[in-house]
Design a protein around this ligand. Structure first.
Ligand code: SF4
Length: 457
């Protein structure tokens, strides 16, 4: 079953890159097999957990040895405006004896225990390597528990060896389509109901954009999965349109909703002023096409104009200081083209950008923004990264936490741009915040101090 599911997920018509592949290559999937021991940045289970953990009111129960939960617990700062159950770690904590006798009964007992203790609207059960290898059938256990306790118990079958972290994201999305979306009805529906897919409310980013949507009159019926409640996700099939925020992670959910329920989607981004405005415009347009009153478009334009004006005014002092500064961009999940255009808005020059996790469309977009000479790289070994910074080919590096030490060793400023960051950079306010953080890092007096020779040198 898992093999079938993986093939189904690999065969993604919503992905242009995938469509261009031959039948044979498609079956191989999109990522290289990782060598054991390589610090590969998360397994498929981790990807699935990251994608769904932001659903705040359910129990996320990890079936496996305790380290799997320890590895994946709350590593993304997805924020909640209400329930906090999602931040409690639940695991079946498999031991040697469970490996010998099988872990299915233990899993069933764990489901019973969490339901008795917390009475959540649903339990999400995650499969990991060890129980998958010994053949624990979590689908059957979840089905039996669902019937017994009269509660949705959702199997998320994405053990590590299924593939990459990105595949884990997609398997999680696929589980939502198979077991969650469409199983409940919303209390109310309006012609203005929009879905956000692939927005995880990291450090509260959803809250930077939601009020703007609401002011225009667009209702976020559900966000998959940032700050989501189970009921919202389960009744997401009644939305009128959807916006796909991070294309690679959950494109299968957007496409599935289009195919099954006729909900059209567009791909957008909340990073940078132009992209934020375009996302608002597109959302309004799609809703109007689906029957919302046409005045929504004027309202959107009105709010966009006001917000852009405000944002440019706030950015002006930074722009003077940042213009011409060179950036080395090593992004992970955050779409590189989106950040590239956001930084160019304040006059920064992009020395190079990583495209390891970018789709072919992302790459085309980067070329459009940066020109044909755009320096894009798949891999940037730490040594080369160090050389770029040391030789001052870049003034600052924007990357994930793992590369920060390279920048620090080169005595160059660095800003965390990856999913683990503690700052919210979405929407107009987020852009101002990002630029303020870059400014703070670049002009921090500490750099003068650390670059000065020691008295004995
Ligand atoms: S699922 Fe496998 S690779 Fe992932 S954390 Fe657990 S044991 Fe490690």
């Amino acid at each position: 079953m898992l093999q079938d599911k993986i093939q189904e997920v690999f065969n993604e018509p919503g992905c242009a890159h995938n469509k261009r592949k031959s039948e044979k290559d498609r079956k191989k999937g999109c990522t290289k097999t990782l060598k054991p021991g390589a610090a590969a940045g998360g397994c498929a289970f981790d990807g699935a957990k990251i994608a769904l953990q932001p659903i705040t009111d359910v129990v996320h129960l990890v079936h496996g040895p305790i380290a799997c939960e320890g590895n994946s617990w709350d590593n993304r700062h997805a924020a909640s405006s209400g329930p906090t159950l999602y931040r409690t770690g639940f695991t079946t904590d498999m031991k040697e004896l469970d490996v010998v006798y099988g872990g299915e009964k233990k899993l069933f007992r764990a489901i019973r225990e969490v339901i008795a203790k917390y009475d959540p609207p649903a339990v999400f059960v995650y499969q990991t390597c060890v129980p998958a290898l010994i053949g624990d059938d979590i689908e059957s256990v979840c089905k039996a528990a669902s019937v017994k306790f009269n509660k949705p118990v959702i199997p998320i079958n994405a053990p590590d060896f299924a593939g990459s972290k990105n595949l884990g994201n997609k398997l999680a999305g696929s589980a939502l389509l198979d077991y969650v979306i469409g199983t409940e009805e919303p209390e109310k529906t309006t012609p203005y109901d929009l879905l956000l897919i692939g927005e995880y409310n990291l450090s509260g980013e959803l809250w930077q954009v939601k009020p703007i949507f609401e002011e225009i009159g667009i209702r976020i019926a559900a966000c998959i999965s940032g700050d989501a409640r189970y009921h919202e996700v389960a009744s997401a099939h009644r939305a009128r349109a959807s916006m796909l925020v991070c294309s690679k992670a959950m494109v299968n959910v957007a496409r599935g909703l289009q195919e099954r329920y006729g909900i059209p989607y567009f791909e957008g981004s909340f990073y940078g002023i132009a992209d934020m405005s375009e996302s608002l415009r597109q959302s309004a347009k799609l809703l109007v096409e689906r029957g919302a009153p046409a005045e929504l478009l004027q309202k959107a334009e009105h709010v966009i104009m006001r917000e852009e004006e405000k944002a440019w005014e706030a950015l002006a002092p930074f722009k003077r200081r940042l213009e011409g500064k060179k950036v080395l961009l090593v992004t992970g999940g955050v779409k590189s083209w989106s950040v590239v255009s956001a930084l160019q808005e304040v006059g920064m020059i992009i020395t190079g950008t990583s495209v390891k996790k970018s789709t072919e469309e992302d790459k085309t977009r980067i070329k459009e923004i940066m020109g044909e000479d755009a320096h894009m790289f798949d891999e940037l070994p730490p040594r080369e990264m160090y050389a770029i910074l040391k030789e001052a080919k870049a003034d600052i590096m924007l990357s994930g936490g793992r590369s920060q030490f390279v920048a620090l060793k080169a005595k160059m400023p660095w800003v965390d741009i990856n999913q683990e960051r503690h700052h919210a950079y979405a929407g107009y306010d987020g852009m101002i915040h990002l630029v303020a953080e870059i400014d703070k890092a670049l002009f921090n007096p500490v750099w003068q101090e650390v670059r000065r020779k020691a008295p004995w040198e």
